[in-house]
Design a binder for this molecule. Sequence first.
Ligand code: PBG
Length: 327
Amino acid sequence: MYPLRRNRRLRNSLAIRSLVRETHITPDDFLVPLFVVEGKGIKEEIASMPNYYRLSLDLLGKEAKELWSLGLKSVLLFVKVPDALKDNQGTEALNAKGLMQRAVQTVKNACPELLVMTDVALDPYSSYGHDGIVENGIILNDETAEVLAEMSVSHAKAGADFVAPSDMMDGRILTIREALEDEGFLQTGIMSYSAKYASAFYGPFRDALDSAPGFGDKKTYQMDPSNRFEAIKETEMDIDEGADIVMVKPGLCYLDIVREIRNEVDIPVAVYQVSGEYAMLKAAAEKGWLDHDTVMMEQLIAMKRAGANIIASYFAKDVAKLIDGYA
Ligand code: PBG
């Protein structure tokens, strides 16, 4: 008899497709990155990230409330630091009245229930645009980890729920965890950028924060895109050192790594759909070459299907607004 199994039976209508769909995107999936600047009334569009903005603190509170009303309950804060405050040690990162610390307070005051995560790395504060302290052209590891631990404590004091070290120094999760414990921040989480690759997809983000490295590249600390085993090793080590959530970054080109890590570990796995991924789709859509919303959803579904439990994405707001109508 001709096929007993006709797979198309499960695809014939919107209703049956909905019934058998394995992967769903909801606002619960997202972590929303936000860029913060000094000033008042500032909402500057980032040239290489159309429809994404740097916000001053007065507008940040409003944004937090809007996100919450859309069902987006977690943010990841990044700050653009004035050049005059940058140095090699990232001194400004530890300022209790610094932009990040005030940003955390602003979001918490506006919307206390919103989960606040902070970026922990020196690049926005570094006169060299590197994630660590530089000596003779080398990025120092242990000295940097110490500063990152102090920075994390400072963010926790300001009210951050989670710190998110994005620097890829060795041993920094343990250094941060011990510092948080010592200072009594027993409930502060760590989301580690555990498998972060040296990717050219970070270009637009570095425009957003004016944080491109002043010399060389980040290949002595971020991972080689060719490597797979190393991602598992990095992730397992970060978990041993006390990470609560691990992350793979970038997203789309690294979904094999997401799947592998999801199969390997027993804590939540995040993926970061980075600025270059956002820029690519915006540019193609602007030219009329790709359908924005459909491609956006397809990419995010792919990330979740690959095993990501959390997606950091500049599309989060677009998705939250679109989601009800999506079939
Ligand atoms: C810096 C940091 C980067 C991103 C997040 N944190 C850039 C880099 O490592 O140079 C990239 C995010 C994006 O491209 O969206 N520690």
